[in-house]
Design a protein around this ligand. Structure first.
Ligand SMILES: C[S@@+](CC[C@H](N)C(=O)[O-])C[C@H]1O[C@@H](n2cnc3c(N)ncnc32)[C@H](O)[C@@H]1O
Length: 300
């Protein structure tokens, strides 16, 4: 059975039921109850309450917040940002790290663009990390999006228009562990799936699948969340970290809590058939990016 990770954990229950459950669970804890009520006041907060994770649309909102909501002071629905919404998007260490990670992805991918034609994003979400690149020097570029969420795939054409992307688009509604491509690709980019996967073997299987879809010498640009004891606390606002923990861990119990070290990630990538692995860190060392090359003689 195809399994949509990341944002479907609680959504069968529905928002109203989920809020009521949390109100009952935290009825003796006024601090959490008040956080819950504040989360109910903005759309990202309501989505997090209902789903315990974020989907492709909301990931896009979070990573683009520095140039959109933070500048204009309004959220993606055109409403003024609430104080908690602003704190979460401007200060929560993991959100700040993924905003930096997004720009690191774009820089690394842009460096690869001149030598490639077929780039694949899985799980794609809205695929902004590829659509926003400059392909002026690249003839006949084709972007391939793989995601299990039909709704998000349906929104990619509109996103492509917003970025004035002129190349080909291929949309594949399939599971990241099982999708097939007609021809191997030059680049695979993947963010926001391994962080929901508990079992190391399953992450390794994902990397093997990506290796299989790549041409020999093709590149994989990916990310992972590191364990908290390796974060650079000098670069982290401790109050914001405490708030993040209260909301994401204590109150909501979000699903994106599968942390892995650089060492384990390197081993997983090597076993999957990758070499020349480079790690690029965000300031607080929370959400690193890696760039890895598929071995020319890989078994995959
Ligand atoms: C946190 S979002 C990240 C999206 C995108 N990579 C980004 O960084 O903006 C996770 C995405 O994974 C997709 N997803 C979840 N489980 C999946 C699976 N088993 N196969 C393919 N896509 C999946 C969701 O639909 C969602 O779009």
């Amino acid at each position: 059975m195809k399994q949509l990770l990341a944002h479907k954990a609680a959504s069968d229950i529905g928002f109203t039921t989920q809020v009521e459950r949390l109100r009952t669970q935290f009825k003796e804890s006024p601090q959490y109850l008040s956080l819950l009520e504040e989360l109910c006041q903005f759309p990202l907060g309501r989505f997090l309450i209902e789903n315990k994770g974020i989907d492709g649309y909301w990931t896009d909102v979070v990573v683009n917040h520095p140039t959109r909501g933070r500048v204009k002071g309004i959220n993606s629905e055109g409403e003024p940002l609430t104080p908690l919404e602003q704190k979460v998007l401007d200060e929560a260490p993991t959100f700040l790290a993924t905003q930096q990670r997004y720009q690191i992805f774009r820089q690394q991918l842009q460096k690869l663009v001149p030598d490639c034609q077929r780039l694949l994003s899985v799980p794609s979400g809205l695929m902004s990390e590829l659509l926003s690149l400059d392909y002026a020097d690249c003839k006949g570029v084709e972007l391939i999006a793989v995601d299990l969420d039909r709704n998000i795939l349906n929104s990619i054409a509109e996103n492509a228009k917003n970025y004035s992307f002129k190349g080909e688009l291929q949309l594949i509604e399939d599971d990241a562990w099982r999708f097939e491509v007609d021809k191997q690709v030059d680049v695979i980019t993947s963010n926001g799936l391994n962080i929901y996967v508990e079992k190391d073997e399953k992450v390794e299987a994902l990397y093997r699948q990506y290796c299989k879809a790549l041409k020999p010498n093709g590149h994989f640009v990916g990310s992972f969340l590191t364990p908290i004891d390796s974060w650079d606390m000098d670069k982290i606002n401790v109050e914001a970290l405490q708030l993040q923990k209260s909301i994401f861990v204590d109150l909501l119990g979000v699903n994106w809590q599968q942390y892995r070290t650089e060492k384990l990630t390197r081993e997983q990538l090597e076993r999957a058939g990758f070499v020349d692995i480079e790690f690029i860190y965000d300031e607080a060392k929370i959400f690193p990016t890696f760039v890895a090359r598929k071995q020319a003689l890989s078994q995959n």
